[in-house]
Design a protein around this ligand. Structure first.
Ligand SMILES: *[C@@H]1O[C@H](CO)[C@@H](O)[C@H](O)[C@H]1NC(C)=O
Ligand SMILES: *[C@@H]1O[C@H](CO)[C@@H](O)[C@H](O)[C@H]1NC(C)=O
Ligand SMILES: *[C@@H]1O[C@H](CO)[C@@H](O)[C@H](O)[C@H]1NC(C)=O
Ligand SMILES: *[C@@H]1O[C@H](CO)[C@@H](O)[C@H](O)[C@H]1NC(C)=O
Ligand SMILES: *[C@@H]1O[C@H](CO)[C@@H](O)[C@H](O)[C@H]1NC(C)=O
Length: 464
């Protein structure tokens, strides 16, 4: 993981908003709708692109405009109300909301937003719709989406091939897709944060379209949106009554309940996963004999004495399921397997993200390699708590690291990891993240597993 810096999202506007006021403002907006879409002012080659008739399809009870507005606050909302368009940028993500008819074309990479009341010159805004703006490596492979706002006489948008009656949400399926931590952290959770409150009345337009990714997360996508995702690569032009470009991001594997339009929490997200994947186990107490999932790694941070570890775990009283990376790629099946376990054990690594499917009251045991303490706790330890998962750490001793044999006990790699870390992330990564395997002292490790077992025995189901 490449996350050495603790960063806080800033710029949140004040929270408390009287719902009465929202409705008053909304009512005022709705009345002025007739003029809003006249602003296209250009003859439309295809009558199915009659934007004023699109507007009349808007459901008056659960208006999309209202739902789109909830994604922005403060000045951004004022701007959205006056321009029909506003963007919010923070450290991790950039999100633009268009609260009026848009046309999406050029493989999803151009979004045309008409101007409002007053004719304006065209303004171009470039957004990379992936929630890791601070990370150059991730962003390099994310295609920029240009949003054209205003005068379209220079580059008039092509006519619509398809006209939709719900808003579009545009995001990239590249970035760090391929690593399950990043898939949940920057894609799936942000997608939930951004779109859950639409109650499926949205369509996803996926740029940098990767079919395997769409297939892998098919259940999540189909539970967040009423229809199939749109792959705009065929050159088709899609018209929508509004759009969101980019996804909102909060924190590592986290949702901030006070900053989500529907007020959803990690509890709600897990409930959503439970429905999407038909997960049956709600609480560990429903599992009769405790089942332990041991995540087996292939390349780095391997357990060198895995058989011995499994034997010890069985001795403690667990039924052990060993899983290898390939097994995790079929998420539809794997989520159910995780959900049937009481304990998950693994060395620090992306596979631990699957803790998100564990039942309430389950225990996650992270084996922390040398010099990985902080990043381990930060990435997988802290996020477990809101998931209702108990977290235990087993920090290895230097003798349990393959680096001990490789460098010798007096080498700075062992005695002074800071001297390596201070040379930068790449040096750190080569030595500790990619260059380290683990020879676990099973006698010592046994204590952690006994503790896990005791936690399970003491855990009482709670109902929410
Ligand atoms: C959650 O969001 C609120 C309001 O936007 C903010 O004040 C608060 O600090 C955030 N909490 C965390 C844990 O980031
Ligand atoms: C567009 O729709 C409006 C309202 O339904 C209708 O009055 C108008 O004639 C339509 N325009 C075209 C060009 O179809
Ligand atoms: C739109 O752009 C064209 C070409 O630059 C210009 O002639 C026209 O005046 C502009 N219209 C508005 C309303 O800004
Ligand atoms: C307009 O677009 C619709 C939907 O793509 C298509 O079915 C229709 O034939 C088009 N009409 C014309 C006049 O091009
Ligand atoms: C979209 O419509 C245009 C004409 O308006 C047509 O030339 C093009 O083939 C259509 N593309 C798709 C993918 O349907």
């Amino acid at each position: 993981m490449k996350e050495p810096i603790r960063l806080r999202l800033v710029n949140y506007a004040a929270l408390a908003i009287c719902s009465m006021l929202i409705f008053l403002v909304y009512a005022a907006l709705f009345q002025s709708n007739d003029t809003v879409f006249d602003s296209w002012g250009y003859s439309l080659p295809n009558s199915s692109c009659n934007l004023s008739s699109e507007r009349t399809n808007v459901d008056a009870v659960d208006p999309q405009e209202f739902l789109l507005r909830r994604l922005v606050r403060g000045d951004d909302r004022v701007e959205l109300d006056s321009n029909g368009f506003s963007c919010h940028t923070d450290v991790h993500s950039e999100v633009c909301v268009e609260n009026k008819a848009v046309r999406i074309y050029n493989k999803g990479l151009t979004v045309y937003v008409p101007y409002d009341h007053q004719p304006q010159p065209q303004v171009k805004r470039i957004v990379k719709p992936y929630a890791r703006q601070q990370d150059e490596t991730a962003m390099r492979v994310v295609s920029p989406v240009q949003i054209l706002h205003g005068n379209n006489t220079i580059n008039p948008p092509p006519p619509c091939n398809f006209t939709h009656n719900v808003p579009a949400v545009v995001f990239s399926s590249k970035g760090f897709a391929g690593n399950v931590f990043h898939e949940f952290n920057e894609m799936i959770i942000p997608l939930f944060i951004t779109t859950r409150h639409f109650r499926s009345r949205v369509k996803f337009v996926i740029t940098d379209y990767q079919h395997w990714w769409v297939q892998k997360y098919n259940r999540v996508l189909s539970h967040l949106s009423e229809s199939d995702v749109i792959n705009p690569d065929d050159g088709s032009v899609h018209c929508f009554p509004g759009a969101v470009v980019g996804l909102k991001y909060h924190d590592h594997l986290a949702l901030n309940v006070t900053d989500i339009p529907g007020g959803y929490s990690m509890f709600d997200f897990r409930q959503f996963l439970k429905e999407s994947y038909s997960l049956k186990t709600n609480h560990v107490s429903e599992i009769r004999k405790p089942v332990l999932m041991l995540i087996s790694r292939r390349n780095t941070r391997r357990f060198l004495n895995e058989d011995e570890i499994v034997e010890m775990m069985e001795g403690v009283g667990f039924q052990v399921i060993r899983v290898e990376p390939e097994r995790m790629s079929n998420l539809d099946e794997f989520a159910e397997v995780v959900n049937s376990c009481s304990v998950m054990v693994g060395a620090h690594g992306a596979g631990l993200t699957n803790e998100i499917f564990l039942p309430n009251g389950a225990v996650m045991v992270q084996v922390v390699p040398l010099a990985c303490d902080w990043v381990a706790t930060y990435l997988y330890g802290a996020p477990g708590k809101p998931m209702g998962v108990r977290y235990l750490e087993y920090k290895i001793e230097p003798e349990e690291s393959s680096l001990f044999d490789k460098y010798g006990k007096d080498h700075p790699v062992i005695t002074d990891p800071e001297s390596v870390t201070s040379k930068g992330y790449s040096a750190y990564r080569t030595v500790y993240v990619e260059g380290q395997d683990l020879m676990i002292n099973v006698e010592r490790f046994k204590n952690t597993l006994i503790e896990a077992k005791q936690i399970l025995e003491a855990s009482v189901p709670f109902n929410r």
